[in-house]
Design a protein around this ligand. Structure first.
Ligand code: FPP
Length: 245
């Protein structure tokens, strides 16, 4: 079935290019991340105005722990400031915050704050902003598999029969992103053309849009350009378009 000429329901964005943006200006990498946080504010406003119901943001990957300690600390501090400052605004604007990733490894203050924001925004309906923090697709899928095995073992212990086959639907239920729908459009600013362990399962049929614009410079016009390109894509999901029948 074709979805030509409609906007995506779920847009996922890899927030890449903060470091290079800062370097070009003689600023520290942390200042680049701060500018990235400001670009995030603008994006959420634009998504609300355009009417995109789900946005996923790659804020910290399972591989980002390889960065210098000072940079990691700066990102956690920035996230605390971000969620503290924006909570009221999220509530007023109808933004529901969801988090994907293994939050157990985060500094306790960050984990507590994110859980607080999730709880306070749980009833919001206009836009779900899915913050992927300490997130990696390979970790997510192995976590889902572990949970499923655990459930099977618990059933077996109670003497109940458990199916040996695991369906895609069952795996989806255990992904960190559940119940957010699959990604329609993945946007990667920053000039690289790879997925970097981001939402690999959820992007099975996503359209992939790469741009050289660095994330802190990414604005409404860039989002509009990505959406325009998306609307021009014939989406077949492995089938045929009606006119090809
Ligand atoms: C990648 O750019 C960016 C990150 C690893 C961190 C992204 C964090 C933010 C945008 C701000 C904090 C998050 C929130 C939720 C407020 P890079 O450093 O790899 O850039 P480079 O490739 O130019 O070096």
């Amino acid at each position: 079935m074709s979805q030509e000429n409609t906007n995506p329901r779920h847009v996922a964005i890899i927030l890449d290019g903060n470091g290079r943006w800062a370097k070009k200006r003689g600023l520290s990498r942390s200042e680049g991340h701060r500018a990235g946080g400001e670009a995030l504010d603008r994006l959420l406003d634009d998504a609300l105005e355009i009417g995109i119901p789900f946005i996923s943001l790659y804020a910290f990957s399972t591989e980002n722990w390889k960065r210098p300690r000072a940079e990691i600390q700066a990102i956690w501090k920035l996230m605390r400031e971000f969620f503290t400052d924006r909570l009221q605004r999220c509530i007023e604007k109808g933004i529901r915050v969801h988090a994907s990733g293994d939050l157990s490894r985060l500094p306790a203050a960050n984990r507590k704050l994110i859980l607080h924001v999730i709880e306070k925004t749980a009833k919001n309906k206009a836009l779900t902003a899915n913050f992927c923090v300490n997130y990696g697709s390979m970790d997510e899928i192995s976590h889902a598999a572990t949970e499923i095995v655990r459930e099977r073992l618990s059933l077996a212990k109670k003497g109940k029969k458990a199916d040996a086959a695991v369906s895609a639907k069952e795996i989806e239920k255990h992904l960190y992103t559940h119940p957010i729908p699959p990604v329609d459009l993945l946007v990667r600013p920053g000039g690289e053309s790879r997925l970097s362990n981001f939402l690999l399962w959820q992007c099975a049929y996503a359209e992939l849009y790469f741009t050289d614009v660095l994330w802190p410079d990414f604005g409404r016009r860039d989002l509009q350009a990505a959406l325009k390109w998306f609307r021009s894509r014939p989406r077949k999901f492995g089938g045929l378009l009606a006119k090809e029948d």
